[in-house]
Design a protein around this ligand. Structure first.
Ligand SMILES: Cc1ncc(COP(=O)(O)O)c(C=O)c1O
Length: 427
């Protein structure tokens, strides 16, 4: 009777699925403290909150959703997505660089998915051989591990930051190159997941030079190992709140203009999410976009991704596909959305600047942080720090290797207190 309840009812994979999500657990502790009347600070949630603690909602998205015809709520979307949304998704991923790539003859494939998570699933399920390891930075969004495991994949990591100051400030190029080489020698596929810009959980954004070095390393490896498929997946869940939202598009165009040959066995994909950029977390809308110079490759992928969606979740939800296409297809509403997006980015920038300055003042050794929802403090015993912070009613999230500081969730006037509390508990 020592076995877990229902042990004989579930398979081996299911038996590894356990535990409450750490982030939601700490969010619950914040709520409980608030309920008890404490002046508690919420640095836990991964959603953008206004300074009064309410959910930030891009009002033009909300308005246009409510104006949408009933049919757009009720009906299925086409299995691969609404064509206007698929077209929009490519522009959201590549920005102004789309035209340049298009004129170079690149093919694009986009498949609608339930959020960025669905896009990550499509990639994990199709672009890597079972048993192969996917290469991630050692600090990454926790659910990646579950996506990989569920698809029978392993995980390999390289360090988020270089150990010593190298050629690229926020890119451990030597470790990355060595990891890619090792995987290319031992596997049928090499896939890298890179959450950039505005990395969760640190807020790090790579530089143009770092991006180019990463791309060059992957393309060189694909050329060296022509029988090994190489995919670079860019997880851009937070990119539309970054200073340079389409930096990767620029990097790809630069590489092409420099005459870098694109190996046939190399693919770039974007996992696009509208959850944050359109403040529509619950509407589960995103897309997996693939870029390749050979359009017969992108056509084949269109079929594969569409069929995978069909066999997993059927079609992705329709309403935000429709509304986003309408919104961005009209100059006035697109501009309105853009202004609101800018205001929300301003909130994040204000909080980040205040936090970085306060950490400097109080001597809190936070990681480099540039864009997006979070900041990060490396620590060997993160629980001890978040527990000590909780005694001051500052609630942060302990993750493997450090503490995630949810700038997105805390009011600007609490930011200095968070830095001060960290300084106190660290000393
Ligand atoms: C790094 C990262 N990637 C992808 C996602 C996927 O978001 P969604 O499935 O809500 O679009 C998230 C959401 O928190 C994230 O933090």
């Amino acid at each position: 009777m020592d076995e877990a309840p229902g042990a004989s009812l579930v398979n081996a994979l299911a038996s590894t699925r356990q535990g409450n999500d750490t982030i939601f657990g700490w969010y619950a502790r914040y709520l409980a403290a608030k309920e008890e009347g404490h002046d508690a600070v919420n640095g836990t949630a991964g959603i953008l909150l206004e300074n009064d603690g309410t959910l930030a909602i891009n009002q033009v998205v909300d308005r246009m959703l409510r104006e949408a015809p009933a049919l757009e709520f009720s009906s299925y979307a086409p299995l691969k997505g609404l064509p206007d949304f698929l077209d929009l998704s490519i522009s959201l991923a590549l920005g102004q660089h789309r035209d340049a790539l298009q004129s170079m003859g690149f093919g694009f494939v986009s498949t609608a998915s339930p959020g960025g998570s669905g896009a990550l699933f499509l990639a994990a399920n199709n672009l890597c051989e079972r048993g192969d390891a996917i290469l991630l930075r050692d600090r990454h969004w926790g659910p990646y591990a579950g996506f990989l495991k569920g698809c029978g994949l392993e995980m390999a990591t390289w360090p988020l930051l270089p150990e010593t100051e190298g050629d690229y400030p926020y890119f451990a190029d030597e470790a990355f190159e060595a990891s890619v080489e090792q995987l290319a020698q031992s596997q049928n596929t090499v896939m890298v997941w890179l959450n950039d810009p505005a990395h969760n959980p640190t807020g790090l954004t790579m530089t143009a030079e770092g991006r180019r070095a990463a791309l060059d390393i992957m393309m060189a490896s694909a050329s060296k190992y022509p029988d090994v498929g190489h995919t670079l997946l860019l997880d851009t869940a937070y990119s539309l709140y970054a200073n340079e939202p389409h930096g990767w598009g620029q990097t790809i165009v630069d590489a092409m203009e420099d005459g870098t040959p694109w190996p046939e066995n190399f693919l770039i994909t974007y996992a696009l999410s509208l959850s944050k950029s359109h403040t529509a977390y619950g509407l589960r809308t995103g897309a997996l976009i693939g870029i390749h110079p050979d359009q017969s490759v992108t056509e084949r992928l269109r079929d594969i991704f569409g069929t995978t969606g069909r066999q997993t979740w059927s079609a992705a939800p329709r309403i935000l596909q429709y509304t986003a296409a309408q919104l961005h297809g009209n100059e006035e509403s697109a501009e309105e959305w853009s202004q609101e997006r800018e205001r929300l980015q301003g909130l994040l920038t204000e909080r980040r600047d205040m936090f970085v300055n306060a950490c400097q003042e109080y001597g809190v050794p936070i990681n480099p942080t540039h864009d997006g929802f979070f900041a990060w403090l490396e620590h060997d015993d993160p629980e001890s720090i978040t527990e000590a912070c909780a005694e001051h009613h500052v609630y942060l999230v302990p993750l493997r290797g450090g503490i995630r500081i949810g700038l997105c969730a805390m009011p600007s006037d609490a930011v200095e207190r968070v830095a001060k509390t960290l300084a106190t508990v660290l000393s």
